[in-house]
Design a protein around this ligand. Sequence first.
Ligand code: KG4
Ligand code: ZN
Length: 333
Amino acid sequence: MKILAIESSCDETAAAVVEDGTIVLSNIINTQIDLHRLYGGVVPEIASRQHIENIGGVVDMALRESKTTLDDLDAVAVTYGPGLIGALLVGVSYAKGLSFSLGKPLIPVHHIRAHICANYIETPELEPPFVCLVASGGHSNIVYVKSRTEYEVIASTNDDAAGEAFDKVSRVLGLGYPGGPAIQKAAEKGDKNAIRFPRVNMGEGGLDFSFSGVKTAVLNYIHNCDQRGEEIRTNDIAASFQQAVIDVLSDHLIEAAKNCRADKIALAGGVASNLPLRDLIREKSEKSGFKLFYPKPLLCTDNAAMVGCAAYYEYLNGNTADMTLNAYANLKI
Ligand code: KG4
Ligand code: ZN
């Protein structure tokens, strides 16, 4: 079954053709990062306009690269939430138009489910149940994946998402957007033990996250250095901040896997491409006897191949939409 998948929930206009869930025939990503970099973060209105300009070309390219014609397609899939509402609407409207004109099924896909499904592309033999950390610019969740279409959120963030914290700290340090890769790079030259930033735990045994405290602690630290006329040691701050975030993400994930009595752990979302995070979770998983899975960096950040993969399983489970499909900024998993 060949699915054309479309993703436009944030600042990437993406289209892919995916066969039977895990065979990626094409995966085109048009990123708007250079445009948004000027403003230090994603500007929703600009993102929507760019999606409108790019989507036709990106879909054409995905079809061409996969040597697939519109007639060859079996269905059209699209991310319908969560995300930026204007951005989502571009993909949803385009997919609806295409599905209607071709007379082929329309499959609605949840963005976080898609991030999790990227793991099946990387490792087709991965079988649920497993516990997955989804950490991106908009989300920080620990999800219990019961089957390819059944999910239970066991932890979320009370304030900022992990990626959001990376982006904000990076901006203050003058390292630019997106913050994750920039902080990771600066951290390589810094000392992760230089400054002890807070690791917030939400009560006894609580697995939810809170990243606004560590972000504020970094801002205060920089402010104090400024006031005292001390040098701002950017690399040390980046390394210490990164360590504080990945300590919490990895601790909560391992704890959650133990609580669920799972024997497999997976990672997903843009922050999951952070190398020190992967290394730390690998080390902790080995110690606790969990098998660890994660997608390659290109499948961690936003892309449409993961949408095509999730769509296949949703379709097999009978989940299709009609022309009343809408986009939802806050969509429950
Ligand atoms: O999954 P994604 O592409 O988009 C959302 O759904 O939000 O994630 C983007 C986020 C950004 O906040 C970016 O700074 C972060 O992922 N990110 C990273 C790394 N690469 C991307 N964070 C930490 N380390 C990285 N290497
Ligand atoms: Zn995403």
